[in-house]
Ligand binder design. Structure first.
Ligand code: ATP
Length: 972
């Protein structure tokens, strides 16, 4: 079952807020709005006071859900043993124990510590379980902490001001503002709404959005899904706006009531982890077959040679079982799962440092495979800091001076001069311009605020906006003309509206004024100029409305195109007088016969770092594509500027796209770099078309309706700052800075992670193959005994392979990481030479060790007279294998660069790991208690040097391979 709490970013704590008040028992949906506000001690316009809030926070606790359900610690621990490789090790431990028991009974165990292999293997198994448990719980906590970084903010009215607070700071009585894309952070009673539609699937399972109504009073027995005057925590606003007084927070919400039924999400395994699981199965079955062959073959051989004598057969059986046990342990890469988990975790940390927040672990690994990045324009490629530069009424074009959102600046007539220093105009002479400025503030939901110590009247000060930057720029523009939102809203209060959506590309508000004693209703509309103009029949000229001729229309569209081709984001404005009181929920039919007011063009400069990021993408074989709701000419100007498209590249508009079948679109997608005036549903079609062309697509999105495209994309990317909660929820990754360059940085990290994972897989599995072949070779060469005990193999796999592998996991990016094409996500982990490398290196490893083994066996047996243990050759084999892996670790740091060409300080951990591991290995050989436990013997300096010499050959071989590949590539 999905974890609704996590899905909706509701902070989870173990503290239960104590609610004993009568409020919690209210059937809020049965109360009138005013009564509700009274009971909750709140005010619809001013909200709560700060003092109220802190008292209530003390009383009700934070707006958090209590964590319940989920797996207990024990279950998580036991789950670690559901791993076939660990189960095989447990089997090996048991068989090894039985053998030791038999030896003890037959008196053959002199000088050996009984059951040490069994104990050691079981210790490793339990340690693995503990490590797995710790990692899993740490990973859960880390992921939860990361998620809190993107936890939602809520807009509330407190002390009469609109402010943003963290969802967990909400208290009953808070007046909360809702808009499309928001996840409702607490339960509440609607106070006001405009076309508010909410998807309540999380609570009711109903996928269709429900229309909400503030002015209704419902009966007591109404079901949750029908409480249309209420909103509930965890549900999603898909359209419209609303004002809500919070009735319940934390565990007192409807979601809180079912929270105890919820279970925690199991973190998704990455494709690589899944493939490693499969690899484990292959290795275990392979080794079981090998064991059956060795034991079966050996027994038949002995049987035939000895005439099937039971005693001989039994002795051979015991010997072969020992060889098989060692082979079985050798084949399992015990250290690998831990190294992979650590690498992925480190990858997410590095990405977060570069402002990319991973929400789904598989993305860390698959980011490196991205071939196409589809990016929004506004805010991702551009700065989303809008400044109006031009205003054009039908008869005049005005330039506007000023910086940022500061509402200080001048208007000047463009026809007179382009220069900002030209004489500013008197606005009274241009009534149509004044009307347009009124439209800018009335048809606007943003708040412009000054957070400076300076008085707002001064030109300085830190002017910021709450809400959409496009609307913020309009407030600032109006401020330059002396038109203030607060004053306008007070004189002309809003009575109805049709909100903005990316599909409609426009918004309308209806305000009430008065003419004498009679009320007067006016509608103001703003949005995509083409769409607004289509709905106009007249234009404002001075104080009157004049009929729009086709000539006027084409002149306006030309002006629009001119402004757009300069990279300006252009909005069209219109208004009309309504004859009668409008309905509370007007529909789009009302947006016709409008009076055209003019165009407003604002500059949203490209982000400076994006140009370089685009160039990097191209070098890395990744195609950037712009998908925007904006005008094609604006899109093109910015795409050219950033290098996303070049002269002659195709621009496809939403209208054109609408006419294409999916099959036709599939034929087009490879040539189109700019999609303009598209709607969110087009994004889904674009992703699907690209994917059907075999592309691996990363797609950005911020709106509520972008969620399907984000889910469909291979990597769905949401905007951390401007993104809606719904889009974040659907994404694999969140950009904390909304920046395109961050996507490229994350892609680079993804490539580094994948390359490092491949590197240590080569490193670990190559050595495993070497070990297995060496062990199998010993009986074939007729050497008495098994060269490596299970305990020694575990030591190698976990320590002498594991520690350098961990160091290889933090290897920095190779210089060519963003200069080569992406890896196909569908390719096997063994592709591009990894499988053959492992086999080749495994065999070289084995050949070197077998030669050393043959020599050492003869050497120790020929010097036995000198009172040396004949088993010393085994220690030499053990030491050679370990030391050879040290050379391997150093050489494998790069696939192309020689070790002397790499700066050792770029990954000092590898060198430290090699030194520490070598020292530990020497301790095993020379420290008596360790000798007794690991079954080693001290070897002479000459013998050690010979081991070192053989091991060094491994390093030399890999370096020679690199030289050979270079020479071969040059020759081609
Ligand atoms: P991108 O998709 O790259 O973020 P965008 O911001 O232009 O681009 P939308 O937000 O979907 O995309 O806007 C589409 C169009 O709707 C804009 O080009 C503009 O004409 C119009 N528009 C944008 N914001 C508003 C608004 N607040 N009110 C009215 N119209 C708007």
């Amino acid at each position: 079952m999905i974890d609704v709490c996590r899905r909706y970013h509701i902070p989870v704590t173990s503290k239960v807020p104590s609610i004993s008040s009568s409020e919690s028992a209210q059937a809020w949906h049965t109360l009138e709005i005013d009564k509700t506000l009274r009971v909750l001690g709140s005010d619809r316009d001013a909200g709560l006071t700060s003092q109220n809030v802190s008292e209530r926070l003390q009383r009700y606790g934070p707006n958090e859900l209590t964590e319940t359900g989920g797996r207990s610690g024990w279950v998580i621990f036991l789950d670690q043993f559901k791993n076939i490789m660990l189960l095989m090790l447990i089997g090996v431990a048991i068989v090894s124990g039985v053998l030791d028991l038999l030896k003890l009974q037959s008196g053959n165990a002199e000088g050996e510590v009984p059951f040490k292999d069994t104990i050691a293997i079981m210790a490793i198994v339990i340690l693995n379980g503990v490590l797995g448990y710790l990692q899993e719980s740490r990973a859960e906590k880390a992921l939860a902490a990361l998620k809190r970084l993107s936890s939602p903010k809520v807009r509330v009215i407190r002390d009469g001001r609109i402010i943003e607070v963290n969802a967990k700071e909400l208290v009953p009585g808070d007046v909360m503002l809702l808009e499309a894309g928001v996840q409702v952070a607490a339960d509440g009673r609607l106070v006001e709404q405009a076309n508010l539609q909410i998807r309540e699937a999380a609570l009711t399972g109903e996928a269709e959005a429900v229309s909400k109504q503030a002015d209704v009073q419902l009966g007591e027995d109404i079901a949750l899904g029908d409480r249309t005057n209420m909103v509930f925590q965890g549900t999603e606003v898909v359209f419209g706006r609303g004002k809500v007084v919070v009735t319940g927070t934390g565990m007192q919400t409807e979601l809180g009531k079912i929270a105890s039924l919820l279970q925690s999400v199991e973190s998704e395994p990455t494709p690589l982890q899944q493939r490693m699981g499969q690899l484990g199965n292959v290795l275990v079955s392979g080794s079981l077959v090998l064991v059956a062959l060795v034991v079966g073959g050996g027994l038949i051989h002995t049987g035939i040679n000895t005439g099937w004598q039971p005693n001989q057969l039994f002795n051979t059986f015991v010997d072969l079982i020992e060889v098989s046990l060692s082979m079985a342990v050798a084949v399992v890469p015990e250290g690998l799962p831990a190294v992979i988990t650590v690498t992925l975790a480190l990858g997410t940390q590095r990405m977060v440092r570069r402002h990319a927040l991973i929400r789904k672990l598989p993305a860390v690994e698959t980011l490196g495979s991205v071939t196409t990045i589809c990016s929004d324009k506004t805010g991702t490629l551009t700065q989303n800091k809008m400044v109006v530069q031009k205003v054009a009424t039908t008869e005049k074009t005005f330039g506007v001076t000023g910086e940022g959102y500061i509402p200080r600046g001048e208007f000047y007539l463009e026809s007179q001069s382009e220069a900002a220093s030209s004489p500013s105009i008197a606005l009274d002479e241009y009534p149509e311009l004044q009307m347009l400025l009124a439209a800018c503030v009335l048809c606007n939901d943003a708040v412009l605020q000054c957070e400076a110590q300076n008085a707002p009247g001064q030109s300085g000060g830190n002017w910021t906006i709450l809400g959409d930057p496009t609307e913020g720029a309009l407030l600032s523009l109006a401020g330059k003309g002396g038109v203030q939102k607060q004053a306008m809203d007070a004189g002309l209060p809003r009575v109805a509206e049709i909100p903005f959506s990316s599909e409609r590309k426009r918004m309308s508000v209806i305000v009430r004024g008065s003419q004498g004693n009679n009320p007067l209703y006016l509608m103001f509309t703003k949005g995509s100029p083409e769409l607004i103009l289509e709905r106009c029949t007249t234009y404002q000229s001075g104080d009157r409305a004049v009929v729009l001729t086709p000539q006027h229309r084409s002149q306006i569209l030309e002006q629009n195109n001119y402004m757009a081709s300069q990279g300006l984001r252009v909005l069209g404005f219109a208004f009309k007088n309504l004859d009668a009181e409008p309905p509370k929920q007007p529909d789009e039919q009302i947006e016709h016969e409008l009076v055209w007011l003019g165009l407003v063009g604002m500059l949203d400069a490209p982000r400076p770092e994006v140009r370089e990021a685009v160039a990097k993408c191209r070098q890395a074989g990744i195609r950037p594509v712009m998908i925007t709701g904006d005008h094609q000419l604006t899109a093109r100007a910015i795409a050219y500027d950033l290098g996303i498209a070049s002269q002659g590249d195709r621009v496809l508009t939403g209208t054109e796209l609408q006419k294409l079948s999916q099959e036709d679109l599939k034929q087009e997608v490879d040539q189109v770099s700019i999609y303009a005036r598209v709607s969110p549903e087009h994004k889904l079609r674009i992703v699907q078309a690209l994917q059907s062309r075999g592309k691996f697509v990363a797609m950005t999105g911020d709106g509520v309706n972008d969620a399907p495209a984000l889910k469909q994309a291979d990597i769905g990317i949401a905007m951390g700052i401007t993104g809606t909660d719904v889009s974040k929820e659907a994404s694999d990754m969140v950009l904390l800075d909304d920046n395109f360059a961050t996507i490229v940085a994350a892609t680079e990290e993804g490539r580094v992670v994948y390359t490092n994972i491949r590197r240590f897989i080569k490193y670990i599995l190559g050595s495993n193959i070497g070990e297995v072949l060496t062990i199998a070779a010993a009986p074939l060469l007729g050497l008495g005994g098994v060269p490596l005990s299970p305990l020694q193999i575990l030591w190698m796999n976990l320590v002498t392979d594991g520690v350098p592998a961990l160091a290889l996991a933090v290897e920095p990016a190779e210089p060519n990481v963003m200069k080569r094409p992406p890896f196909s996500p569908r390719e096997s982990i063994f592709a591009r030479g990894l499988g053959s490398y492992m086999l080749r290196i495994g065999i070289i490893f084995a050949i070197l060790t077998i030669i050393l083994m043959a020599w050492a066996y003869n050497h120790t047996h020929s010097v036995t007279g000198a009172n040396l243990s004949p088993d010393r050759w085994k220690t030499m084999v053990f030491t050679t294998l370990c030391l050879a892996q040290m050379g391997h670790a150093i050489a494998i740091r790069s696939n192309t660069q020689l070790t002397i060409e790499i700066n050792p300080f770029t990954n000092i951990f590898v060198w430290a790991a090699v030194l520490v591991t070598t020292a530990l290995q020497l301790a095993l050989v020379y420290v008596p208690p360790l000798q007794a436990f690991f079954g080693t013997q001290a070897i002479s300096l000459l013998e050690l040097s010979i081991c070192l010499g053989f091991s060094a050959l491994m390093f030399v071989w890999i370096e020679m391979e690199k030289l050979f590949i270079r020479w071969y590539k040059k020759r081609r």
